[in-house]
Design a protein around this ligand. Structure first.
Ligand code: ZN
Length: 323
């Protein structure tokens, strides 16, 4: 119920009632409603700047959680990087060194990505920095792994070659020797059994009864098994590759033919005294790039250190060879 308002009329000297017109009432009501609406809207707008809605709070929480996850991710990448660095270090200083491959330079392993900005799409957000940083590190890590993986492929090939090389080169004695007394004469100046003249003996002589088995000292191909070389009698030559050839002379019998492939330890023939020989024995030679070298350096495969030093002692005695 609105108040009734009066005014003092100085002409009539009396109070008169103020009559409110209907139109004015409507105008005031409109202003009041509009003002309220405006104020309400302003209030909500301002409140929204400082007070979060439940949905906003949830999103903020999620964002916080995501930032934390990115930090953890960065930490995990640190750890992965440390492990990879260790692998790279071993790769460069052990594996590649062992197989005589050049180490991969640090710049090549850690090279970033030049040229265009790969992370443009990630720019312009509040969290751009942390996201770009994580992406950049992940990309580098990925590249490092690719470089490392390629290096290991290379090492695997080299290791396979090395294995082939190691099984090919002469590395064991060509006959079984229970006691070293069978090593009759070594490489070096010896007295010729026939002329009694001091001359160079290019192989090693092992005395053994006729028919004693002779074994290939490394993998290879038999290039000769005949008696058409002066002095050697029945003899076998095995080409081991890598410039190595071994020769087994004065044989009684062959157990292989020319062009046959043999493995280290295969029985290839039997001891005899054919050719220029004084008594049954095996004359054994090792060639490297067509030069005859001392076979004593190629027995590491089946001798203990003690046996080897005994053999060395025997082999260095300047006695008479059996040729
Ligand atoms: Zn000899």
């Amino acid at each position: 119920m609105s108040k009734v308002k009066y005014y003092y009329d100085s002409d009539t000297l009396s109070y008169k009632k103020i009559e409110r017109r209907k139109r004015n009432t409507f105008k005031y009501a409109s202003i009041f409603i509009l003002g309220s609406a405006l104020f309400g809207f302003l209030f909500v707008f301002l409140a929204s700047q400082f007070i979060q809605s439940p949905k906003e709070r949830a999103l903020a929480r999620e964002l916080q959680h995501m930032e934390l996850q990115y930090q953890l991710l960065n930490k995990k990448m640190d750890e992965a990087q440390a492990v990879l660095a260790n692998v790279e270090q071993r790769d460069n200083s052990i594996y590649r060194l062992y197989f005589a491959a050049n180490p991969i330079p640090e710049e090549q392993r850690k090279a970033g990505f030049g040229g265009i900005n790969r992370y443009k799409a990630l720019e312009g957000f509040d969290n751009s920095k942390i996201i770009i940083e994580a992406n950049r590190r992940m990309d580098i890590l990925q590249k490092q792994i690719v470089v490392q993986s390629k290096s290991l492929d290379e090492i695997a090939v080299l290791a396979e070659d090395k294995e082939k090389f190691l099984s090919s080169i002469p590395a064991i004695q060509p006959i079984n020797i229970e006691d070293m007394t069978r090593m009759a004469s070594g490489y070096g100046y010896r007295t010729d059994p026939f002329t009694k003249v001091r001359k160079f003996h290019y192989g090693m002589d092992f005395t053994a009864p006729q028919g004693t088995p002779i074994y290939a000292s490394g993998d290879g191909v038999v290039t000769r098994a005949d008696n058409s070389s002066t002095g050697y009698g029945n003899h076998i030559r095995i080409d081991h590759g890598y410039g190595y050839v071994t020769l087994y002379a004065h044989l009684y019998k062959y157990n292989v033919r020319a062009n046959q492939k043999v493995k280290r330890g295969d029985l290839i023939g039997f001891v005899g005294s054919t050719g220029r020989s004084e008594a049954p024995h095996l004359h054994y030679e090792v060639f490297k790039d067509d030069e005859r070298i001392n076979p004593i350096n190629f027995y590491y495969g089946n001798l203990s250190a003690e046996e080897y030093s005994k053999l060395l002692e025997h082999a260095s005695l300047e006695n008479q060879s059996l040729d």
